[in-house]
Design a binder for this molecule. Structure first.
Ligand SMILES: *Cc1c(COP(=O)(O)O)cnc(C)c1O
Length: 723
């Protein structure tokens, strides 16, 4: 066990001694990015592993004794068990991590990372989309690199919703209460063995939250949860759901995250050197840290200066309307008790987050965070340009170009998203220790030596795996009843595992333009339905349940998918989540993304696809504007700005059809070698691997955060009053 964790895993599984450490493995998410560790569970009972949705805790609770006994009798199983646990121990206790060897002098300077959502695994529904996946991947990589890191978020007991689609294409959302006994979350207890709690003042009451801990490799993630007896029934649901409820719910949650999060770290004995706010939701942490300093005798101005010097803020939102802000009446209601404690009056306080709009003044979380941070970044180069323009008013005496917002382009955690088969392929062709060098461009030159046949075989295997998985899901849907037969076709039963397959999966926000392909329906139908060159397109994604526009978009797609003339070649898969994302980014031929530029701050799913040798076809926006080199995939439209969205959609859709018709489809079907291999296609896949992977792995990203944003703050002389 690592001493950094406050809690240890329970051992209520009564496993045989010989393999009892499976319980420990189940409670550390390390197994989720180590496929051989995952297989220690799966191999005992593959069907139960699927049935429990890859939840090792539930799995160990339910697995038959006879199957466990069979594993204990199996010499090969035991050999693997011993080897993997030794790897796990070595990982957890490793002293020569990148961070420890590069910056030994900074090891006692913890980095606190705050995020509203964490996408760590499909069994932990505490994420909604890209922001959460990015947070989860960031934590995993911080563990791999050995950063002194601690994360803070929410334990949403009902999580994000499960999506069902009605026959008419309407999204239905259901929330399920999570059984925390079955989740890898551990209660944090105080010396008396009672739950450790913190409290935050909301209008007329104190709301308490208890703390949960998740072990992510070497990193603890702490989650706040208000579902405890001492809270009123309505306060108990404050942390029940992610992004749900009205503005009062939202400001309450954000007060809990920001203020409660700081208090939680204090209770746990942390004195972070860096406070990283991943998006503005956690910016109230600034207030709590100020309050601490003012209570210790500092003036408001001194306190702000100290607080600012250790804050890092990452913005993800390129549109003003997407930013989190509150009307001033709400600020009066929820925060008026705070400003005296900060040594401020109302106007001074409001100035911290003031955003003057056409509708009057608002209190803006990103304004608060931007003004009170030492380091500020956007998540791609274009996004930084847009952000500098958007927030120029905060630095009126500077040129737009000099607005102090830099960019660190997003990345994805390689081991989480890479298919096991691809990993074995890289083991063979990239040489020993390649994982350690994953952000080294030179290493990836070696993919050019992978024989076409070998790469094609692995890819075909992954594609078939996706097709079988989809078919099984469709079968279950049908079996459960209450669906129209056409929904089974829409769910993908007619997919052909050999046809060119395009994936499009993401949140259904209108700017993502899932319907761009449908602008010219006849042209689309012609493109997909040629007997000799069939094309299939798999859609998936959720809309925010309160967002009618997103739900209508799903409906538009779904109605089209059901059409007889689409011939079952268009598919909509329900309930997009981490698990489905993994299947899709590993198993399709092309990953399609059609955001309305410049609204895709970065995007990350295309990077996941690229790791697996899947080609990207995407708009010149976000990360793809940096990843595309003219031949490692396809770009839609140009590197140009539009003022008229209608003209933009028209031009982009035309460009997309042309790419499909003139480049992508012929490249896949026509240019086959004598042994029926798409040689030029495979060359492009290798070129994509070579040029994209080292640049867009989470390792490059976290190193960049460390070197460009965290380190300057960590090197600051630690002030005595920073507690
Ligand atoms: C990666 C991922 C996302 C984010 O994808 P984008 O391309 O950034 O839209 C959203 N949801 C899930 C489940 C993911 O795995």
């Amino acid at each position: 066990m690592i001493e950094i964790f406050r809690s240890t895993h329970p051992n209520h599984f009564t496993l045989p001694r010989r393999i009892e450490r499976l319980a420990e493995l189940a409670y550390n998410l390390w197994w989720t990015w180590n496929p051989d560790a995952m297989r220690l569970f799966l191999r005992i009972d593959p069907l139960l592993w699927e049935k429990t949705y890859h939840n090792p805790i539930k799995f160990l609770r339910l697995v038959e004794r006879a199957k466990i006994n069979a594993a204990v009798q199996n010499r090969f199983y035991l050999e693997d068990y011993d080897r993997i646990l030794a790897e796990f121990d070595a990982y957890c206790t490793r002293k020569d991590t990148w961070f420890a060897t590069t910056y030994p002098e900074l090891r006692n300077r913890p980095i606190a990372y705050f995020s509203m959502e964490f996408g760590l695994h499909e069994t932990l529904p505490i994420y909604a989309g890209g922001l959460g996946i990015l947070s989860g991947d960031h934590v995993k990589e911080a563990s791999d690199l050995g950063l002194p890191f601690v994360a803070v978020g929410f334990f949403y007991t009902e999580g994000y919703f499960t999506q069902r689609i009605t026959e008419d294409g309407w999204q239905e959302a259901t929330y399920t209460c999570q059984e925390f006994e079955d989740l890898p979350v551990l209660p944090v207890l105080n010396e008396n063995g009672d739950p450790e709690t913190i409290s935050v003042e909301l209008p007329g009451r104190e709301v308490e939250a208890r703390l949960w801990e998740i072990h992510v490799g070497r990193i603890p993630v702490y989650l706040l949860d208000t579902n405890i007896d001492s809270n009123s029934p309505s306060d108990r649901t404050l942390s029940a759901r992610l992004y749900s409820g009205d503005l009062e719910m939202r400001i309450s949650q954000e007060l809990l995250l920001g203020i409660g999060g700081v208090r939680a770290l204090r209770v746990l004995g942390y004195n972070p050197s860096v406070w990283h706010m991943n998006e503005g939701h956690s910016a109230f942490l600034i207030l709590e840290r100020m309050r601490e300093l003012v209570a210790a005798g500092k003036t408001a101005e001194e306190a702000l200066k100290i607080v600012r010097s250790s804050n890092i803020f990452t913005t993800h939102t390129p549109v003003p309307a997407g930013n989190d802000e509150f009307p001033l009446w709400l600020v009066d209601k929820y925060l008026s008790h705070i400003w005296p404690e900060l040594g401020m009056d109302r106007e001074q306080f409001i100035d911290l987050g003031r955003h003057t709009t056409n509708w009057g003044d608002m209190f803006s979380m990103p304004v608060l965070a931007l003004k009170q941070s030492e380091g500020r970044n956007a998540v791609s180069e274009l996004h930084a340009q847009v952000s500098r323009k958007m927030w120029h008013f905060l630095w009126p005496d500077r040129n737009e170009r000099e607005v102090p917002i830099t960019h660190i382009t997003n990345g994805v955690h390689l081991s989480t998203w890479l298919a096991r088969r691809m990993r074995y392929l890289f083991d063979e062709y990239l040489g020993n220790g390649w994982l350690e060098r994953q952000d080294d461009f030179e290493l990836w030159e070696q993919v050019m030596s992978i024989p076409d046949q070998v790469l094609w075989d692995v890819h075909r295997h992954l594609k078939r795996k996706l097709a079988y998985y989809i078919r099984e899901r469709a079968r279950l849907l049908w079996q459960k009843g209450n669906v129209h037969p056409v929904q089974v076709i829409a769910a993908g039963v007619l997919l052909d595992p050999d046809a060119l397959t395009i994936g499009f999966a993401r949140r259904f926000a209108p700017y993502k333009r899932a319907n761009l392909l449908l602008r010219d329906p006849d042209r689309l139908l012609r493109l997909i339905s040629r007997q000799d060159m069939p094309v299939q397109i798999i859609f998936a994604g959720k809309s925010h349940p309160d967002h009618e526009g997103g739900k209508r978009l799903i409906q538009e797609i779904y109605r089209f998918v059901k059409r007889a003339d689409a011939a079952g070649r268009l598919v909509f898969l329900e309930d997009y989540d981490l698990n489905l994302a993994r299947y899709l980014v590993q198993g399709v031929d092309v990953w399609l993304n059609t955001p309305r530029r410049p609204n895709e701050a970065s995007g990350t799913s295309g990077m996941k696809a690229a790791l697996n040798g899947v080609l990207n076809c995407s708009v010149y926006d976000g990360w793809w504007r940096e990843g595309y080199n003219g031949q490692n995939g396809w770009a839609i439209g140009g590197d140009v700005d539009y003022t008229d969205p209608e003209a933009q959609d028209e031009a982009d859709s035309r460009s997309l059809y042309e790419v499909l018709e003139n480049e992508m489809i012929p490249l896949y079907y026509r240019r086959r070698t004598s042994d029926d291999l798409p040689g030029d296609w495979l060359y492009m896949c290798k070129d994509a691997l070579r040029t994209i992977v080292p640049q867009f792995v989470m390792r490059r990203m976290v190193k960049e955060y460390l070197e460009r944003l965290y380190k300057p703050v960590m090197m600051e002389k630690q002030t005595s009053f920073s507690q």
